[in-house]
Design a protein around this ligand. Structure first.
Ligand SMILES: Cc1ncc(COP(=O)(O)O)c(C=O)c1O
Length: 378
């Protein structure tokens, strides 16, 4: 492995959201979803060269960026997209919010399965839509879409389904059958699908692949807004470069109309980093996945031994969703924070009694955090 993911990089003094939350306290921050690793060398070199040029005027996406995205989507997922299907965005959360404004009318319903990344719950409200949440099913520590519950929740006012695949926080990389069933159900209920696939490049299980729901059939593609970015895979979320893929011209027109005059373009450095990441980052990505697999295995093994805690298998992402309900803790995130581990509170994801642990960090830090958790539990 040519990248040293074990290196501890001091992020203090960089206005890091993750680290500043516990500034001056001995709390290991394993919460917000960025990793404590440097971006791929090719990305850093490209940014250095762009910065050295010194002129930072208004910038449009380079033709070669669109070309490499088309190549990557075709190579990784056999997904052939047209250049004009791409709509650039400064972030995926923007995309979720724009999708809620673009589909249906005020008072309409947006469905999503919980627990889920919190902006899925707030985006409908921001658009004056009603968020209808349907719990994911859980059986023997495996989470899945609950089609009976979805059937009960859908109404004539339902317009949009917000899908998170791979899923944050439960770490599922949904399989073809499950996605096909969802696509068929959305078609039957005439729902547009907005599929957040920001974690697509982070499938950890060797026997699984990411499947963009839009690749299932032309009919599914025509009702789908897919949100993608290099930000999670290559650890560049602070550079604000993302995009939507919207094959249907009418849906794309509604989406861009909802953005008009409000959503700023991607910045020059975001484009530069994205181009280098997609063109030259795949070797680094393979090494990252191997390292994350090791961290994931450690989390699963150690958490399973902790009294009252349980964690499901993480198929994708660098996030572990830990069930603390058997401990009887009323505020598990607060409890672990007191013990020196900063985790995300599951309640914000619609999953009270759970905490989310980000294992995208050097293994020594992860081991220290797991040790603190073990020691803190009665
Ligand atoms: C599922 C999901 N969507 C979106 C985001 C954030 O995207 P952005 O920073 O591009 O707005 C995250 C970050 O954790 C995420 O996990």
């Amino acid at each position: 492995m040519s990248t040293n993911f074990d290196e501890i990089i001091d992020r203090t003094g960089t206005a890091s959201e993750k680290w500043d939350r516990y500034a001056g306290r001995d709390v290991l921050p394993l919460w917000v979803a960025d990793m404590d690793f440097r971006a791929p060398p090719a990305v850093i070199e490209a940014l250095n060269a762009r910065v050295a040029h010194g002129v930072f005027g208004y910038t449009h996406p380079a033709e070669e960026l669109c070309d490499v995205i088309r190549e990557v989507l075709n190579g990784d997922y056999s997904w052939r997209i047209e250049r004009e299907w791409i709509v650039w965005l400064p972030g995926l959360v923007t995309g979720l919010n724009v999708a809620c404004r673009a589909v249906g009318d005020e008072g309409d319903e947006v469905l999503t399965a919980i627990p889920v990344y919190p902006p899925f719950l707030s985006a409908p409200r921001h658009a004056r839509r009603t968020a209808v949440t349907v719990p994911l099913g859980e059986e023997d520590g495996r989470w899945s879409l609950d089609f009976q519950a979805l059937e009960k929740a859908v109404t004539p006012r339902s317009r949009l389904f917000l899908l998170c695949n791979p899923h944050n926080p439960v770490g599922r990389a949904f399989g073809r059958e499950e996605l096909a069933r969802l696509a068929e159900w959305c078609a039957r209920n005439n729902l547009v699908i907005c599929s957040d696939e920001i974690h697509a490049g982070l499938v950890l299980d060797a026997d699984k692949n990411h499947i963009p729901i839009a690749t299932l059939s032309p009919e599914t593609a025509s009702r789908t807004i897919t949100l993608l970015a290099p930000s999670k895979t290559f650890n560049i979320p602070g550079l604000g470069c993302a995009f939507a893929v919207i094959p249907d011209p009418g849906l794309r027109q509604r989406f861009t109309a909802a953005m008009a005059g409000i959503v700023p373009p991607v910045n020059a450095l975001g484009f530069t980093a994205a181009l280098a990441a997609y063109q030259e980052g795949s070797g680094w990505q393979r090494e990252l996945l191997a390292y994350l697999r090791g961290n994931r295995d450690l989390v699963e093994q150690e958490v399973a031994r902790m009294p009252g805690l349980a964690v499901n298998h993480v198929e994708a992402t660098y996030l572990a969703w830990i069930d603390t309900r058997k401990t009887g803790l009323t505020d598990p995130a607060g409890f672990f924070e007191e013990a020196g581990i900063g985790l995300s509170d599951g309640a914000r994801f619609g999953g009270p009694g759970f905490v989310r642990l980000n294992f995208g960090c050097p293994q020594s830090m992860l081991l220290q955090a797991l040790d603190r958790m073990k020691t803190a539990l009665p």
